[in-house]
Design a protein around this ligand. Sequence first.
Ligand code: ADP
Length: 497
Amino acid sequence: MLNEETGIRGYVVTGDGRSLEPYRAGRAKVTQDLAALQQLARRRPEIAGDVATSARLVRRLEQFYEQQVALVQQGGAGQQRAQRNVLSGAQLFDRFRADAARLVSRSNVIVQQARTSQRRTFYAMLAIVLLAGATAAGIAFWLLLSVPRRIWSLYDVERELREAAERGARASRSLEHVDDAVILLDAEGRVRYWNPAAAAYLGTPEPDALDRPLGEVVPDLPRIEQTLAGEGSGGVVVLETDAAERWLVARETRFPEGRVLVLQDVTGERELERTRSEFLATASHELRTPLAAVYGAVRTLRRDDRLSSPELDEQLLTMIETESHRLAEIVDQILVSTEVDRGSVPVRPEACDLRELCESAIASVRVRAPATIELALDVPRPVVVHTDPSRLRQVVVNLLDNAVKYSPKGGRVDVRVREHDGSVEIEVADHGLGIPEKAQKRIFEKFVRLDPEMRLGVGGSGLGLYISRELVERMGGRLRVDSEPGRGSTFTIQLPR
Ligand code: ADP
């Protein structure tokens, strides 16, 4: 505005148009500033009045300046009139200056207030940011301290649970392979665990047993309980199953949450015990018979009053010899079977002519065979194998003895030697009693005799076939039987070549 005033005054004095340049530049700037002030006044009503007053004065001043310019442009008298007007223009300008000064001071207050408020906002923001930062750092620190501890304790709990679960799983996996029936019952007597042996012994699969009262699953439970109550842990219970009777030793362990019932199958042991006592009875009988014969013959020979004759003496001596031989054979079998059990039967292989071996075996059996038995050998040509001749002879003699023993009506017993690729077979075939199919596997077991009570009057230890099979297997071969009850049996020794 000052530029406009100065420019106009210069023009009025000089009448030189160039003096108007500061006026024009000042006017453009004033228009711009006024617009900015009016904009500001809309947001700050406290300066709106001053801005309006200044704007009015600016308009009046500029109208005055335009009049002055017009007067100077008229020249001469017009310029003089304009020079006389300068004073009134100066008064108007002073009013404007005072107004503008007030507006500037108000504006300064506003600027100061704005600065103060900005600074306050800045500090408040800074405080908030610092507070938020401190809180975040605190939380982070707390998390840093507490989270690992929490995670660690959770990990510990998880590890303990996992280890407990693994221990449980390992225990139940092991119990699945145990031969004894293991049953876990809760405090109410309901089945909580039922291993495969329990399923097999008691005939109930695991899914049908779980979560049910044991009394419902095992109808014989009262007998088991009675045994446990009477004999205590370790008492034997005999249970009838579909297949056969089962001897079970019952044991139980009680604890606050329930009890474990263990049933151990001792049927095999009972069976062995039974066959052993049968063997003792048979062996005693077998030993006593030849012993009685020898004793009788010796007593007859020693009698003073006997009528001596060379034929009778010979008969008695032959009897003593045969029966002693039988005694020795039985004792031998018992000894060999113990050696076989210990695995201490040596096998010494050498070249062995089977025709010679079979002839010798037949010759020794023929001596004691009844006249009703016919022994025949069939070997198409000489056959030599590499095996232990004395052990093989022992086996062939045993098979021939059996063929004779179990052919009570007599008949033919054939020994055949057959050659195959890579193996040789010796067959001993009779036409005697034969063996029922379901017993054909069992006869190779120790002490097993199909007629233990000797209803057919045929004695034996039940060890011959057990020893024979063991010896053949030790020679690298196999011993098998084909038989039909009432038609006879064929035992075959198969040996590698
Ligand atoms: P044992 O001394 O009783 O003869 P083994 O072990 O030799 O003992 O035979 C076992 C059982 O097998 C015999 O008791 C008999 O019942 C049966 N057995 C063996 N050989 C024959 C056969 N050739 N014919 C019929 N039964 C046989």
